[in-house]
Design a protein around this ligand. Structure first.
Ligand SMILES: Cc1cc2nc3c(=O)[nH]c(=O)nc-3n(C[C@H](O)[C@H](O)[C@H](O)COP(=O)(O)OP(=O)(O)OC[C@H]3O[C@@H](n4cnc5c(N)ncnc54)[C@H](O)[C@@H]3O)c2cc1C
Length: 496
């Protein structure tokens, strides 16, 4: 029997979309190219690319009853900023390891940014409104968004608008000065993007990560999220088929009609939801003949240069945080001693070089004896191309930065797996290997995400929707793009 809906890709957003469609009574088939579900969060190719999934939206988790499928909430995350004179431990608005005046300044900044993030949160979680030809629903959404900001009061509203247009360097340097604390916050603002701390628009990503309430690492980590989502899809009668790469989207009568797999098999369905990158969805799977010239140009030109490499270091013994011993599953270690160092790394990456000191986010998984490292400011298209020499240089720069911050770690390394952005691009059909499936910046956000004319999850052919991180609100493991895309498809289905 043909399915009612096909989801291309079993990334976490594809699985969320499939489960929501299934709960609404649709028979869903998820087709995944890799041999395992989960996308960047899964274990395809021997590495879990997204090592620290700490932002799953609690309302999405509740609506899909993920607790019934084995997902248990974990403890809130702590950030340990390394590379300074002593480790600085950040938990929410409280910080240890710096003097009392600096800690008070940080607590005050954290409180104000938290208020700004809360005012923006409805914008980030909901379907962005259509501005030109929207209806009452769009106007109401817009009004609610405006109200949240208005409720801040005149002074805070003015302050929010000021910082939104500025850069994270100016904000942090002004409020708390440069050092490991600012380095860790600037890392949060820039991680996954192709912008340095001094680039305009970098306060917004910081608020995006603040807006998602306190972040927690679920019990069992990434694997537990993927397993619960697959069970949620199957509980509604849906099926997840791995090793099934979609080669094209079929159309007929000016709307979607199904998909064609590599190898030629055709599967018919009136609804197709794509978890693939926006450019791949439109240019490779749908085909340029279905697009007007402007949409094709925008899909081709969208900014999607990834700048994060992933390394898994297998260690013979746990790394030791100076003065604190072994980190635990909820500790996120950031090695970015100051913002200047991050900006220097970005400058190298901008011109396609490998930075001597990339910004590092590390996570120790004691069960697997593995230190998962995300190295920020490693360009996808490195000058001269990726080779054994450039890979070795990157590895040596990363290991020596880790050894400086966590002394003795280099001597414990017994194995290494490295995935450059170019490796991630190739493995996941993900242009640029980009963390957010497309840069998270002002001209590719909200009603402009992935680009003007292709927003609100609806693609230019009726019945085709985009549900991955390239859609609003973007990447990280939140489930929101998948949830909203399925909602848009169901709404259109009721109207038809
Ligand atoms: C290096 C790196 C590190 C990251 N670390 C973190 C982290 O620690 N924490 C965090 O929250 N986020 C992290 N992220 C971001 C996060 O991984 C992504 O934002 C998120 O996984 C996107 O989920 P998704 O479901 O939209 O897409 P994906 O996870 O990319 O899944 C898309 C799926 O579609 C499949 N697909 C594509 N084309 C086809 C086709 N033609 N046919 C069939 N299947 C297809 C792919 O194989 C893939 O499985 C990281 C990203 C990167 C690049």
């Amino acid at each position: 029997m043909s399915p009612d809906a096909i989801v291309i890709g079993a990334g976490h957003n594809g699985l969320v979309a499939a489960a929501r469609l299934g709960l609404a009574g649709r028979r869903v088939l998820v087709l995944e190219a890799q041999d395992a579900p989960g996308g960047l969060l899964g274990e395809a190719g021997g590495m879990r690319v997204a090592a620290m999934p700490t932002g799953l939206d609690p309302e999405v988790a509740r609506a899909l009853a993920l607790h019934r499928h084995g997902l248990r909430p974990g403890r809130p995350l702590a950030t340990i900023a390394l590379g300074g004179n002593a480790p600085v431990r950040i938990e929410g608005g409280s910080v240890r390891g710096i003097d009392a005046a600096a800690a008070a300044a940080f607590a005050d900044l954290h409180r104000r940014l938290g208020r700004h993030a809360a005012a923006l949160a409805p914008m980030m979680a909901k379907v962005p409104p259509r501005l030109r030809d929207g209806g009452w629903g769009d106007l109401m959404t817009l009004a609610r968004m405006g109200l949240g900001v208005r409720m801040l009061g005149r002074a805070q509203m003015r302050e929010l608008l000021r910082v939104l247009l500025s850069n994270v360097w100016d904000l942090l340097d002004d409020e708390i000065g440069d050092g490991p604390l600012s380095g860790a916050l600037a890392m949060e603002a820039t991680l996954g993007g192709a912008m340095g701390p001094r680039s305009p628009g970098t306060v917004l990503p910081l608020l995006y990560r603040f807006a998602g309430r306190p972040r927690t690492m679920p019990e069992g980590g990434a694997g537990a999220i993927v397993a619960a989502l697959v069970k949620a899809v199957e509980a509604t009668g849906g099926q997840v088929r791995t090793g099934a790469r979609v080669a094209g989207v079929l159309t007929g009568d000016d709307r979607v009609a199904g998909v064609r797999l590599e190898g030629g098999e055709e599967i018919r369905a009136p609804l197709v939801v794509s978890n693939a990158h926006p450019r791949a969805t439109l240019l490779d799977l749908l085909g340029v003949r279905h697009l007007d010239a402007e949409d094709a140009r925008r899909a081709r030109l969208m900014a999607t240069e990834g700048m994060v490499a992933r390394l898994d270091l297998t260690l013979g013994a746990a790394p030791g945080v100076p003065g604190a011993g072994a980190p635990d599953l909820c500790d996120r270690m950031v090695i970015a001693p100051d913002m200047k160092m991050l900006e220097t790394a970005f400058n190298a990456a901008k011109y396609k070089g490998i930075p001597e000191r990339p910004g590092l986010e590390c996570h120790w998984d004691a069960g697997a004896s593995r230190l998962a490292v995300s190295a920020q400011f490693v360009p996808c298209g490195v000058k001269g191309g990726w080779s054994a020499e450039t890979r070795d240089r990157l590895l040596s720069n990363v290991v020596s930065a880790i050894d400086d911050a966590l002394p003795g770690t280099a001597a414990k390394v017994t194995g290494v797996t490295l995935a450059t952005p170019a490796d991630i691009e190739a493995r996941f059909a993900l242009p640029g290997g980009h963390w957010h499936h497309g840069e998270f910046r002002v001209d590719q956000m909200l009603m402009l995400r992935p680009f003007a004319g292709a927003a609100q999850y609806r693609m230019p052919v009726a019945g085709l929707y985009l549900c991955g991180a390239g859609a609003h609100p973007g990447g990280d493991v939140t489930g929101l793009p998948g949830w909203n895309a399925a909602g848009a498809a169901l709404k259109d289905g009721r109207r038809a």
